[in-house]
Design a protein around this ligand. Sequence first.
Ligand code: HEC
Ligand code: HEC
Length: 214
Amino acid sequence: MIRFQISTTLSLLGLLIATPAAFAEPNLENGKTKFVVCEACHGKNGSGSKEIGAPRIAGQNHWYEERQLHNFKAGIRGTNPKDAFGVVMRPMALTLVTDQDIEDVVAYFGTLKPELLPDTVTGGNVPNGKEIFTVCAGCHGDDGKGIEVLSSPRVAGIPDWYLLRQLQNFEQGIRGTHAGDIYGRQMGVMQKLMLKDNQAMLDVIAYINTLPKE
Ligand code: HEC
Ligand code: HEC
């Protein structure tokens, strides 16, 4: 009982300490230090690595990346045993101990200039994909740059092999089914409504590849 009270008190204190930090300016020096771990897979300029399966993270919307790091830490993402790549990422997110660490590292890689990545996914039909994307655009924007008020991330310029994997993860319920995954669930519904088969995913990705990547 006493142990319980102590730990509750500590976690309350933790919250009290963490809250003001959330409003502080990001500390880029701390972010840079934290990023040393990330570089091994996401690369020095945050462009990612297809071989490792780690996506480009520089250039993605900061509010989205912060949410994903919180999700990985909380086990909302990266705990499904079928999620081979998410399972690799989760322990890395756990190296970011505080909310401030998350904010700092995201702010740091937000300063990096990512490379423009070549298209790798083939077999898609651009006109079909364009038609499908009219619905996607409602949340992700006509230009695919994401819309913050709709919590929908950037898809243009994100590596196509990564987009395909995520769409397949939503299809198979590897992503977007955790009870705490409020935003992933929305996307899971859209995947099922709009992308009936693998060809539809290839088509929409072929269209996304035509959008300006920067
Ligand atoms: C051992 C390799 C590895 C390391 C080191 C690593 N990551 Fe990752 N990361 C991955 C992989 C693989 C994925 C893709 C997971 C998936 O497909 O769902 C990923 C995904 C992510 C995502 C989600 C991107 C998105 O658009 O959904 C973020 C954000 C991220 N990593 C940030 C970081 C940060 C910050 C660090 C350092 C603290 C880090 N990663 C270290 C392999 C790594
Ligand atoms: C109702 C709004 C909505 C619509 C419509 C929608 N999405 Fe999403 N999408 C989201 C949200 C919200 C997320 C973020 C989920 C999260 O935070 O985990 C997302 C995430 C994604 C991701 C994962 C990105 C990443 O970096 O991990 C992809 C890929 C994606 N959407 C593609 C599409 C495509 C293609 C369509 C059209 C077929 C579409 N979306 C339609 C709301 C939407």
